[in-house]
Design a protein around this ligand. Structure first.
Ligand SMILES: Nc1ncnc2c1ncn2[C@@H]1O[C@H](COP(=O)(O)OP(=O)(O)OP(=O)(O)O)[C@@H](O)[C@H]1O
Ligand SMILES: [Mg+2]
Length: 376
């Protein structure tokens, strides 16, 4: 079902030496910075016909997901969203709700891994007064509170075997019994589930019921890792700069080329959430609105430093480029230090042409004046 048209914003990167963004769609040519991601007619259609404003990305993997969401949002089919932590599973679950007829009713996210079994059971199915010590009044439970809406079962893989049975019954018949009561209740909720573990593998190991798996997996959505859609990084950076600059009351915040290049080369094991936190940190730390590489965390600027066993390695080319850049930055600074900020002498000392030396100074944002000796 196509819902009311909603404007969306896209972000662009300028070709300037520092990076600025224009979030006004009318001014945006659709090029998101490195020329690798353009808005396709399909994306334009999806974004103008459905509510997808919160989901940033032009990568084909994201567009396929938007397409599936648009096709199934207004059905009652159960959706299973799989993907690593921070890839946007909850965002997609919300967009399923927002694009359905249920959107005026509650969207209830429940983290099945964050509660002990008994608590999860009473929170989900409710309980009657006296059901257990401390149950001084009836609790309707989230299934009842979400009636007519959507319930989002995050980390569904953590559900105990007995709760899996109860959930299966809800999915098959729509009915259940609150804790301490044998009377049946019925509910009308759409179930969306998510997991960051391979649920099929857990079924094979006998740790998750296969009948429940098939019931949840009617529609499956696989969220890509951020490293699998690198062309969206600059777009996401622009989006989060805008969000946090507004939140922190800062104007014209932008990333330096150098800092952005480091982000573009980062692996993002924590996916979009990690990127969001890095941008938030940069916006908070910058004093003059320019986010430089020294505003980035060590895991981005010194990737070889804090890597523990088991973490993935960057490609050889990327790692080598980082080391070369680190060396060049320090080398140029050293030359300027020796020549007290005289660029021509520094270039001579390095044995490279002055134009080349100057280009490197610009690339690494090195100011020759800071090496001049001040006269007292
Ligand atoms: N495509 C995206 N566009 C904009 N923001 C995004 C996108 N994907 C994720 N985010 C943001 O990243 C953060 C993490 O997203 P979300 O909570 O949906 O991830 P998740 O897959 O549910 O993670 P977890 O498995 O840890 O619960 C949120 O702040 C969300 O708004
Ligand atoms: Mg989540």
């Amino acid at each position: 079902m196509a819902v009311s048209r909603k404007r969306f914003s896209v972000s662009t990167l300028s070709a300037d030496s520092s990076v600025i963004w224009d979030t006004n769609l009318e001014n945006a040519p659709g090029d998101c910075g490195n020329g690798s991601a353009r808005i396709s007619p399909c994306e334009t259609h999806l974004r103008t016909q459905y509510h997808f404003a919160a989901i940033i990305g032009h990568h084909e993997s994201i567009i396929s997901i938007l397409k599936i969401v648009s096709q199934v949002a207004d059905t009652s089919a159960t959706v299973l969203i799989q993907g690593e932590s921070g890839t946007g599973k909850e965002l997609v679950a919300r967009s399923l709700h927002d694009n359905s007829r249920r959107r005026s009713k509650p969207f209830v996210p429940i983290n099945c891994g964050a509660m002990p079994e008994n608590l999860l059971e009473t929170e989900l199915f409710g309980h009657v007064r006296g059901a257990f010590t401390g149950a001084v009044r009836d609790n309707p439970g989230w299934l009842q509170r979400a009636d007519g809406g959507t319930i989002f079962l995050d980390e569904v893989c953590e559900m105990s075997p007995s709760l899996q049975v109860k959930l299966l019954r809800v999915l098959q018949t729509g009915d259940y019994s609150p804790v301490g009561n044998t009377q049946h209740r019925t509910c009308d909720v759409r179930v969306v589930a998510a997991t960051n573990k391979d649920l099929r593998a857990l079924v094979k190991q006998g740790r998750f019921r296969d009948d429940l798996f098939y019931r949840l997996n009617v529609i499956d959505i696989e969220m890509p890792r951020l490293a699998q859609r690198r062309s969206d990084i600059s777009l996401l950076v622009a989006h989060f700069v805008e969000v946090y600059a507004k939140q922190f009351g800062k104007a014209n915040v932008r990333f330096s080329d150098d800092a952005l290049a480091l982000l573009l080369a980062h692996d993002f094991p924590g996916n979009v959430r990690e990127l969001e936190n890095i941008v938030q940190r940069g916006v908070a730390l910058t004093e003059d609105a320019l986010i430089r590489s020294d505003h980035l965390p060590l895991c981005v600027t010194e990737p070889l430093h804090g890597r523990s066993a088991g973490q993935s390695f960057s490609a050889f080319k990327v790692s080598k480029q980082r080391v070369v850049e680190r060396f060049e930055r320090e080398y140029v600074k050293d030359c300027l230090m020796v020549t007290q900020g005289n660029i021509s002498n520094a270039a001579n000392l390095a044995g490279i042409d002055i134009k080349n030396f100057y280009t490197k100074m610009k690339k690494y944002e090195i100011d020759a004046h800071s090496f001049k000796v001040q006269a007292d």
